[in-house]
Design a protein around this ligand. Sequence first.
Ligand SMILES: CC(C)(COP(=O)(O)OP(=O)(O)OC[C@H]1O[C@@H](n2cnc3c(N)ncnc32)[C@H](O)[C@@H]1OP(=O)(O)O)[C@@H](O)C(=O)NCCC(=O)NCCS
Length: 166
Amino acid sequence: MADLITFRAPAASDAAGLWRLARDSGSLDLNSPYAYLMWCTDFADSAVVAADGDEIAGFVVGHRPPTGPDAAFVWQVAVARSQQGSGLGRRLLLAFLDRPGNRDAHWLTATVTPSNAASLALFRGTAAHLGVACEERERFPVAVFPAEAGDHEPEVALRIGPLPAD
Ligand SMILES: CC(C)(COP(=O)(O)OP(=O)(O)OC[C@H]1O[C@@H](n2cnc3c(N)ncnc32)[C@H](O)[C@@H]1OP(=O)(O)O)[C@@H](O)C(=O)NCCC(=O)NCCS
């Protein structure tokens, strides 16, 4: 079957779809609808949507951290359950790096919880695909999360790069 997926910038009209996809995709922390609106508008140059016709098949939202602007930081990446495991996650990360806000980044960064095997495989596999290293270190220990919000794993920071220039 032909691949009808296209990669494009998000718009405000996509934000509700991103929120639904994040809610339904599995293991993501679900942010407020307003946060997805901000990522789809103020941060649209460092975000990408995978569109399958009128449906959103996946997305990456991110930013260039003010304290480390040589990195393109992935805030969230998600692929619709029906499309997981078919390579779309990696294609989304590569499309994310090609967005106007990210093209000059030297590093691809993210945080991942240790039990998220699919996410770890996605980032490690993308580093291998690009032929660069994937450094891993704990960034946010359990103690910095509010205990009353329920159990939260630590977040491990991944730093992939240095990225190829083109
Ligand atoms: C993480 C996620 C985006 C990966 O997207 P995907 O389209 O399924 O990933 P891909 O098909 O591109 O696979 C990428 C790699 O991960 C591996 N992988 C995919 N699903 C996996 C799983 N459940 N367990 C272990 N490895 C897995 C693939 O084999 C591939 O490895 P390779 O590079 O060695 O070939 C997707 O599983 C998802 O949306 N999960 C829920 C949301 C989430 O956890 N986001 C990440 C938060 S940091």
